[in-house]
Each structure stands twice: as structure tokens, then as C-alpha cells.
Design a protein around this ligand. Structure first.
Ligand SMILES: [Zn+2]
Length: 259
């Protein structure tokens, strides 16, 4: 995917409305394109600014969504969008027939309601973690530096990132290091460490910054994820192993990374 194609889908990507193959394609482009990363970061900054400075929030009137849908009738979704995704306001104005100004005006309070109902920062990251894991499995792009030796994996990652990620040895807890690669989360390149437990793959994403208060758990489509912060680093582990086993992994990792 080139920049031109990526730019046409960044809005839908930002709103998490792309299906998995399209989201994965954007993810892969973002890993290597600082320009599109900057463009995405600008959207993120704008949303944060709107949230910070909005001086009121009102719920949408009862039944507004149904009325708007009825007016829109058979408007078709753009290619690559998930079916049944929530409505996007920037496109709404384009879709509305002339004379629907009253609906647009009513939609202003609806905007506030949607902002209010937007996913939390942790949910947005968790969604990226799920997608990152799926991307590594689906595209067979799991490992760029294959080694069970933390002293090989860590320098390789450090040479390609602007930080040095901890690469804990968890073999005593039954989790074998298989290697690492670069990935993309939270608007930045991150370290992806790959561990194995029996036949299962565990991706451990690590990047500086963020401050998850306590442990965050999420599950989706048979995958479990655990996120936490420690010593100025954010960690997200994800796998198809069961939730209890993943928490064991997270605990071992948290203790070993920064004892
Ligand atoms: Zn680009």
C-alpha cells in the first residue's frame, strides 16, 4: 500500500471501522511511513483537544439515529468498511440529501454523544494489540530476529528503535523466547517479543510511555490480552492461551523485566 491509498483510509482506520485485512494493510504501511504516522497522530491530537475543550455534553434525542438512518435509506458503505459499524459523522454530511439541514442541526448534539461514547484510550490500544497479534499470525510476519537468546534479541531491537526494551528470560516459568520484530502501536514503532508456550504463540508488545493504572485484561475471538505499565514502559501480552496462563506469563514478565 502506498501513501495515496493509505490516506484515503486513514479516517476509517482512526475510527476503527476498517475490516481486518484493510486495517492490517494500514498497520503495515504505518510501520515504515513517518508521514502517515504524523497524519494519524494529528487526528489523535485533534480528538483529544476536542474532548478537553468541549464545555458541554448532551445526549442525542431519543430515536435520532433511527430517524437519520431512515432518511439515508440505502446509502452504501465505502469499500473496506466493516458492516454494521457505527456511523461516521464527517461522511454523514456528504450523504445527507439537500434539505436535511434540520437533521444535521440535530446531529450536533449527537456529535457530543458520540464523543462521549468513544472508546477509552486503553480500549483503543487493546484493539491495536488484538490486530497486531492477528497481523503477525495471518501474514506470517512473526519474527524478524529469531533467537532464544535475550542477548541477541535485545541489541537487535535496540538498534532499530529509539529505546531499549527489556527482553526478560522467562524459560524458568515455561515460556521460551523465540525472537522479536518491529511492530506499530499507539502511533509509534514498538518492540514485539515472541514467546512460545507449548504450541502457542505469545506476542509481548513493549514501548516507552503510557501509564496504565493497574492491569488491563481484554478478550476477543478466543484471544486474551493483558496490559500493564512498569518503570515508564507499557507492556501488552496477547495469546490464544487461556486467561489464567496469560496472567502467569504477565506476572513472570513484570517481575523479570524490572525486578
Ligand atoms: Zn504513507
Amino acid at each position: 500500500m502506498d501513501c495515496t491509498e493509505a490516506r484515503t483510509r486513514l479516517d476509517a482506520y482512526f475510527d476503527q471501522e476498517l475490516d481486518l485485512p484493510n486495517a492490517v494493510a494500514i498497520d503495515q504501511h504505518l510501520v515504515s511511513c513517518p508521514d502517515c504516522r504524523a497524519s494519524l497522530a494529528a487526528r489523535s491530537a485533534l480528538r483529544s483537544s476536542i474532548r478537553e475543550h468541549a464545555d458541554y455534553r448532551r445526549d442525542a434525542p431519543e430515536g435520532l439515529a433511527e430517524r437519520v438512518r431512515a432518511r439515508l435509506g440505502s446509502a452504501t458503505a465505502a469499500p473496506g468498511r466493516k458492516s454494521g459499524s457505527r456511523w461516521r459523522l464527517p461522511s454523514l454530511a456528504q450523504w445527507l440529501p439537500a434539505g436535511a439541514a434540520a437533521v444535521v442541526a440535530a446531529g450536533i448534539s449527537w456529535t457530543a454523544a458520540i464523543q462521549y461514547a468513544s472508546p477509552s484510550a486503553e480500549q483503543v490500544i487493546a484493539e491495536q494489540v488484538f490486530r497486531g497479534h492477528a497481523r503477525s499470525i495471518v501474514t506470517s510476519h512473526l519474527i524478524e530476529v529469531a533467537s532464544s537468546d535475550q542477548h541477541s534479541v535485545k541489541p537487535w531491537l535496540s538498534s532499530k528503535l529509539d529505546f531499549s526494551p527489556p527482553v526478560p528470560d522467562l524459560s524458568a516459568a515455561g515460556f521460551e523466547l523465540a525472537g522479536g520484530r518491529l511492530d506499530y502501536m499507539d502511533n509509534r514503532p514498538v518492540a514485539a517479543l515472541v514467546y512460545r508456550s507449548r504450541q502457542h504463540v505469545i506476542n509481548l508488545f513493549v514501548w516507552p510511555g503510557g501509564n496504565l493504572g493497574g492491569q488491563h485484561v481484554a478478550s476477543k475471538n478466543g484471544y486474551n490480552a493483558v496490559g500493564w505499565s512498569r518503570s515508564g514502559m507499557t507492556f501488552w501480552a496477547i495469546s490464544d492461551i487461556n486467561a489464567a496462563e496469560l496472567r502467569t506469563f504477565a506476572a513472570a514478565c513484570a517481575n523479570a523485566a524490572y525486578p
